[in-house]
Design a binder for this molecule. Structure first.
Ligand SMILES: [Zn+2]
Length: 486
């Protein structure tokens, strides 16, 4: 059973209600007026194409293919304001209605699903596949770019249709051919964009869980990883067992995240070849989104162990550094918070001075979500676990804690007390605040040495036993360190 703290669920991204003002018709009109001439011209062209597709007798004819290709080309063109084009497609065109209209052509999808992977597609089926893969490609790109587009896709039922299709693929339990694999991959990415950017929509598509469970068994590591990332957004907290994943998926996620951090933009582009040579799907992952995925996945206790075993801690340390974005830091702090629920992780994290330092910095940040995440993480890391030895264990016995504290023990404590706890701890050692600050200045903010001096003042005043030290640690909410001084 996963140990999940309800206050542990912190979402970074805003809900649609925050994104779209209450007077949404007026907001939409206002948005359209803002568009540049370039965007307006582009939308006029795309609109004509959409209209053609919706009325075409010979779908998918050459004009249909040209129209959908125009849309996907714009969706890949980083030189145009794609956020505006996406907003415009959502607000001011029938793109989403065209999406549902064409997706309901079951016989065409069926032809692609039934195609023999050993043979080439027929001319007719190639046209259909080309249309659908470009339709999905454009939807994938614009769901990444535009709020209005995402919300319109939901409102017009496109996402629901896609979920139906996912479930249909799984239900038939038929081996999927490479063309269906390609379409599924793009559809999954589109779905992921929506769930990631509008988290409140994810629970509405909870019925898709069995499909993503199945897709997460895929042999293709990109498909597998994406499926697991989506699954983590869909499952309810009490279904954390459904997120048991294997180490390959964790490795892929962590290595992608590392890859992002090596790039100044904190992004990583990965190309996925499709079964048609000229079509390549490019997936851009960002460090923030991957950290969020790890946060989602670590509601599962197995994953809490797996990610630590496979090196998440140094990556989290990097994500918490000053120059990272608030989103990245918040996700990283949330991951640390979750990881610390496991005792063995707690102990590892306590030794990570950089992480502790940056969490304490973050706990004073102006951003509330970052602050909450950092405070939660620090609290969980420092929470006392069951550290008393069981009866009969070596060294246990009456009077054990009445021994005098040793210098060694005090050195260890000074090393382990996190810098953020310095004020509180020195206060419990009955060192006045001003004095504690002066000591810190004397050691040029070396917290370890300053803490050691406060401890020395404390033992100078009276003979102190191990039990006394435990009491002081507990009083300073550092009970977790008791295990280090027995
Ligand atoms: Zn046509």
């Amino acid at each position: 059973m996963a140990r999940v703290c309800s206050s542990n669920v912190v979402r970074i991204l805003t809900d649609p209600s925050d994104l779209i003002p209450a007077d949404s018709a007026a907001a939409k009109t206002k948005r359209i007026v803002e568009f540049s001439d370039e965007v307006k011209k582009c939308l006029t062209l795309l609109k004509a194409g959409i209209k053609h597709i919706q009325g075409c007798e010979g779908f998918p004819c050459t004009s249909c293919l040209k129209s959908i290709n125009d849309i996907v080309t714009v969706s890949r063109n980083s030189k145009i304001d794609r956020n505006a084009v996406g907003d415009g497609l959502g607000i001011d065109t029938d793109y989403c209605k065209m999406f549902t209209y064409t997706w309901k052509k079951r016989d065409m999808l069926q032809k692609i699903e039934d195609a023999d992977p050993q043979k080439d597609l027929s001319h007719e089926t190639t046209r259909m596949f080309t249309f659908y893969i470009e339709l999905l490609g454009s939807a994938m790109n614009f769901t990444d770019q535009s709020d209005y587009f995402r919300l319109q896709m939901e409102e017009d039922g496109c996402l629901s249709l896609i979920v139906d299709w996912f479930l249909h693929l799984v239900r038939d339990d038929k081996a999927m051919n490479k063309w269906v694999d390609d379409m599924m991959f793009d559809a999954m990415n589109m779905f992921d964009n929506v769930c990631r950017k509008v988290p409140s929509l994810a629970p509405k598509h909870h019925r898709a869980v069995p499909a993503f469970q199945k897709f997460s068994e895929s042999k293709d590591s990109m498909t597998q990883t994406k499926a697991v990332m989506i699954l983590a957004k869909l499952v309810k907290k009490e279904e954390a067992d459904k997120l048991s994943t294997d180490y390959i998926c964790i490795l892929t996620l962590l290595s992608d995240l590392k890859g992002c951090l090596e790039n100044p933009e904190h992004e990583k582009k990965t190309d996925r070849k499709t079964s048609i040579e000229k079509i390549v799907t490019t997936i851009t992952s960002s460090a923030g989104e991957l950290a969020q995925a790890i946060d989602d996945l670590t509601i599962n206790d197995n994953n809490k162990q797996l990610v630590v075993e496979h090196g998440v801690i140094p990556i989290l340390a990097k994500l918490l550094q000053r120059d990272c974005s608030v989103e990245e830091k918040t996700s990283a702090a949330n991951v640390v918070w979750r990881l610390a629920f496991l005792k063995e992780n707690k102990e590892k994290l306590r030794k990570e001075r950089d992480i502790i330092y940056n969490l304490s910095e973050g706990s004073r940040h102006i951003n509330e979500k970052l602050r909450d995440a950092c405070e939660g993480a620090l609290f969980e890391i420092n929470k006392t676990t069951d550290v008393e030895s069981p009866p009969g264990a070596p060294h246990s016995g009456p009077g054990r804690n009445q021994r005098k504290v040793s210098d060694e023990m005090l050195n260890d404590v000074a090393k382990e007390v996190p810098s953020y706890a310095y004020d509180q701890f020195s206060e419990k050692l009955v060192v006045k605040h001003n004095q504690a600050r002066n000591i810190l200045t004397k050691y040029q903010s070396n917290y370890e040495e300053a803490t050691r001096e406060c401890l020395a003042k404390w033992t100078d005043r009276s003979t102190r036993s191990v039990a006394d030290l435990h009491d002081v640690l507990r009083a300073a909410e550092l009970g977790g360190l008791i295990g280090n001084c027995n």
